[in-house]
Design a protein. Structure first.
Length: 134
């Protein structure tokens, strides 16, 4: 069955598996192997989000931020905001989240990040509201 799937679909499935390995098992080696396999299948379709998360686990938030430094997709911008929060760069994270509100339809992840930002800045009520929206 696997061989009947197109390269693009195979790559997407490998990347899902890589994310599972990374987030649930913290297995950066296996996740990297799966991501590399996906990239070989479709080198013109990079997954910056997955690469940023692999970089985060391997080298920390500053290095991961460099992977998603330019805006471009909702996932990239959510990750930028998350890494900025991780680094304590609160106002930069707020600016990214504000831009997301203008540019995209925020997702549950965006609202979770907004809740974290509100909590970190001492606005517990706003944090609660954003968490409920998530």
């Amino acid at each position: 069955v696997w061989d009947r799937l197109g390269a693009s679909l195979q790559a997407r499935l490998l990347r899902v598996e890589a994310r599972i390995e990374l987030h649930q098992n913290r297995n950066t080696y296996q996740a990297t192997q799966l991501a590399d396999q996906a990239n070989r299948l479709v080198p013109d379709e990079p997954d910056d989000g997955l690469q940023a998360m692999l970089t985060f686990y391997a080298s920390g938030p500053e290095a991961a931020l460099a992977v998603v430094s330019a805006s471009g997709t909702l996932e990239r911008d959510n990750l930028r905001a998350a890494f900025l929060l991780e680094l304590g760069r609160i106002e930069e994270a707020r600016a990214v989240l504000d831009q997301i509100d203008i540019q995209y339809n925020p997702t549950a992840e965006t609202f979770r990040l907004r809740a974290l930002l509100s909590f970190v800045t001492g606005n517990v009520e706003q944090a609660r509201l954003a968490a409920q929206r998530a």
